[in-house]
Design a protein around this ligand. Structure first.
Ligand SMILES: CC(C)(COP(=O)(O)OP(=O)(O)OC[C@H]1O[C@@H](n2cnc3c(N)ncnc32)[C@H](O)[C@@H]1OP(=O)(O)O)[C@@H](O)C(=O)NCCC(=O)NCCS
Length: 203
């Protein structure tokens, strides 16, 4: 069984009380407000300060990544409107059926379950539609908010050696968390798909 070679574009995912949608050029003002923030600067590789020029470059790169099928990069919204955060899938390894995911939520919209909802929705899509088996998060262990999101979404800390990196806040290390599609679920889903194909409805 193979993975989807070119990531689908455009997409919109609805569930968990949210809608994930493609970024649009009209989002520029909202994007800059979301990303020009100390926690985003501290825990993500975003430039800081994140100004209009950074926003324009970011949306351009996001669009290139989407149209080339290299990554999934979606705005987190409640109903398709105002962007409140972002969730990503990138670094797909088709041989291993693995990819990395990432997320951020704007400061005024935190602690409402948005990151957990977005990660759950995109993880389900990655397993179910993209046929990826192992999903990865790289998280600095001091980032308690992000580790809480990972845990809530069923990700487990792996024993892989930390990834060391040098950043504006000094050296840091990133732990690897994983969500592996369970063999049992895969089997049940396959049987379900066969049944749906045969009888035209879900069992
Ligand atoms: C990490 C981040 C995305 C969390 O977003 P959020 O929408 O506030 O998270 P949620 O509301 O979905 O919370 C999910 C879980 O994390 C917990 N949590 C969220 N923020 C927390 C914090 N600051 N401290 C402790 N726990 C926290 C919630 O209580 C919840 O746990 P629960 O289910 O046990 O109640 C957000 O803080 C952020 O954007 N930070 C800066 C960017 C970043 O760190 N990205 C991740 C890089 S690896």
């Amino acid at each position: 069984m193979t993975t989807v070679r070119r990531l689908p574009f455009p997409i919109s995912l609805t569930g968990e009380g949210i809608q994930l949608r493609e970024w649009a050029s009209e989002d520029l003002d909202d994007l800059v407000v979301l990303l020009d923030e100390p926690d985003i600067a501290r825990w993500t590789p975003m430039p800081s300060p994140f100004d209009m020029a950074a926003g324009i470059a970011y949306l351009k790169r996001a669009h290139q990544g989407r149209t080339s099928g290299q990554r999934i990069q979606l705005a987190i919204t409640v109903d398709g409107g105002k962007p409140l955060g972002e969730v990503l899938l990138f670094g797909v390894d088709h041989g291993r059926r693995e990819a990395e995911l990432g997320y951020l939520v704007g400061a005024p919209f935190r602690r409402r379950g948005l990151a957990a909802a977005a990660l759950t929705l995109l993880s389900g899509y990655a397993h179910g539609t993209l046929n990826l088996r192992r999903l990865l998060l790289r998280i600095d262990p001091s980032n308690t908010a992000s580790t809480a999101v990972a845990r809530r979404c069923g990700y487990r800390l792996t024993g892989e050696p930390p990834i060391l990196q040098e950043g504006p806040y000094g050296p840091s290390s990133l732990d690897t968390w994983e969500l592996v599609e369970s063999q049992t679920n895969t089997r049940i889903d396959r049987l379900r798909n066969v049944a749906t194909g045969r009888y035209g409805r879900r069992t």
